[in-house]
Write a protein that binds this ligand. Structure first.
Ligand code: DC
Length: 224
């Protein structure tokens, strides 16, 4: 099996940006699996199906009419829905909520997990998500559980929102972070949890570079 690195963790821990950087330094591709759930959530919205409506979302899956896929341009992930580039469209709050809802359904997870496993068999890869170390790649070369306190994650989110001119109060953002944690950790199907053999990296008191270095150290210890 090629080199595989699994990074899981809660919302707002910086998984995507940190994963991008770690993958770049290792010279391997980064698969952001959340983007795939977002693309399928977007598909439900576009089809006029309520993401909370399990039966109809699952029949969208069964139709097999749409394919969520990924390709790379200059090492950058392009997320495709039925061959169409939806990389920008999936970055809305609405697509994030839809992703969170559709990710609870068995057929949706089965379809996306299978594709993620296929991709990881083809080339060395770093995958980030919620279930990579536990379900997608139980035999990953290195597993990291990246987290930070809810307050630190909410503060980071607030700074991102302020850059976009969004003035949502800190307390409200913190409430959303806690609500998303609860939803992700208590859902019946593959809830977010640290794999037994994953190394915990708590980035609450680390800056970007320190976090990247901490993860690279885990990879080096496992892979040499
Ligand atoms: O990381 P993100 O916010 O882009 O993920 C969107 C949603 O997809 C998130 O609510 C949880 C879900 N998800 C999942 O269930 N399993 C993954 N491997 C990745 C994301």
């Amino acid at each position: 099996m090629p080199l595989t690195i699994a990074i899981d963790g809660p919302v707002g821990a910086g998984k995507s940006t940190i994963s991008d950087e770690v993958a770049k330094r290792l010279g391997i591709l980064h698969l952001d699996t959340g983007a795939m759930y977002r693309a399928f959530g977007l598909y439900a919205l576009e089809k006029g199906v309520d993401p909370m409506d399990e039966e109809n979302v699952c029949s969208l899956c069964a139709e097999g009419s749409v394919q969520v896929d990924v390709r790379y341009e200059d090492g950058k992930q392009i997320t495709l829905l039925g061959g169409r580039d939806v990389s920008g469209l999936i970055r809305t709050q609405e697509a994030g909520s839809a992703a969170s809802a559709v990710s609870r359904y068995v057929p949706v997870r089965a379809m996306l997990v299978r594709r993620q496993q296929e991709m990881a068999m083809e080339q060395p890869m770093l995958l980030d998500g919620r279930d990579i170390g536990t379900v997608v790649l139980p035999n990953a070369t290195a597993k990291i559980f990246l987290t930070a306190s809810p307050e630190v994650r909410a503060r980071r989110r607030m700074l991102q929102l302020r850059e976009k001119g969004d003035q949502t109060p800190f307390e409200e953002i913190l409430r959303e972070v806690n609500a998303r944690d609860l939803q992700d950790t208590t859902r019946k199907l593959t809830p977010l949890r640290q794999a037994e053999d994953a190394v915990l990296v708590d980035a609450s008191d680390m800056d970007f570079e320190e976090t990247v270095q901490a993860i690279l150290a885990v990879v080096e210890a496992k892979h040499g």
